[in-house]
Design a protein around this ligand. Structure first.
Ligand code: HEM
Length: 232
């Protein structure tokens, strides 16, 4: 009997948590998306505007705080980065298309030559288990960097830490920000479908993602996740 009550309680809690998440659908005609899965996912749930346009500072900060439990200082910094790199410093909003600006020797931006989701087959081949740990994230990031460097004649990626930072961000928000592990199914759903993996068991992390948690994740990875020297 007791067991039954626990199961009933657990399923009603899960259903409640999922019911709160606004409906998901991929972008339709006229809706734009960015090179960033983190904000695309939120737009697909209408947490950020589905249109992908006019993302206001407070809306972005609130969304990243409520759904990803990200520290306000980080989300404010990301917002600033988006408006600065897209050439609209001081603006109160940005469109997702604004941040599709390729980083090269003359343009300082963040969309770069080493995105791991654009070589998903290769990236995914490093993750064979039910969970992904920081070493496995680091191995995939390193492979992406090295392959790109070897095969892309115009490869430009001076700040290797960006890959590690993105991976650490994903780990901290989707998984265990202290252990540095994430259920593989969460990453698949989030990256491939650009969807919050709530129906697969994910819910917003109780632990805040801030510079301390991200830094600790980096320290766990013996130089592959974050790499201080600039090159592997
Ligand atoms: C206003 C907020 C944000 C902005 C402006 C932003 C911007 C970007 C940009 C421009 C990229 C492309 C980098 C590249 O091509 O090398 C990127 C990648 C990425 N972002 Fe964000 N981001 C934001 C929030 C987030 C959040 C909240 C998360 C995680 C929860 C996240 C996770 C990632 C990941 C994992 C990638 C790497 C994708 C890949 O390499 O394929 N971002 N972001």
């Amino acid at each position: 009997m007791k067991k039954f009550i626990y199961i009933a309680l657990a399923s009603s809690v899960a259903a409640f948590a999922n019911a709160e998440i606004p409906a998901w659908h991929p972008p339709t005609k006229g809706e734009v998306r960015s090179p960033c899965p983190g904000i695309n996912v939120l737009a697909n749930h209408d947490i950020l505007p589905r249109s992908g346009k006019n993302l206001e500072r407070q809306v972005v900060v609130d969304a990243l705080s409520k759904w990803y439990n990200i520290d306000v200082a980080i989300s404010t910094g990301l917002f600033e980065m988006a408006v600065n790199f897209s050439g609209h410093a001081g603006a109160s909003s940005f469109d997702m298309v604004d941040i599709w600006i390729h980083h090269n020797a003359t343009v300082n931006a963040i969309e770069g030559d080493a995105s791991f989701s654009t070589v998903w087959k290769q990236t995914r081949s490093f993750w064979q288990g039910k969970t992904i740990d920081v070493q496995e994230f680091g191995n995939a990031a390193q492979a992406r960097y090295l392959t790109s460097n070897a095969t892309n004649p115009t490869f430009y990626f001076p700040d290797v830490q960006n890959i590690g930072a993105a991976m650490a961000f994903m780990t901290s928000v989707l998984g265990d920000p202290v252990a540095g592990t994430v259920p593989t199914r969460f990453v698949d759903d989030w990256i491939v479908n650009e969807r919050l993996p709530a129906r697969l068991g994910w819910s917003t992390n109780e632990k805040l993602t801030d510079l301390a948690t991200l830094g600790d994740l980096g320290a766990k990875n013996s130089g592959k996740f974050f790499h201080a020297g600039g090159h592997f």
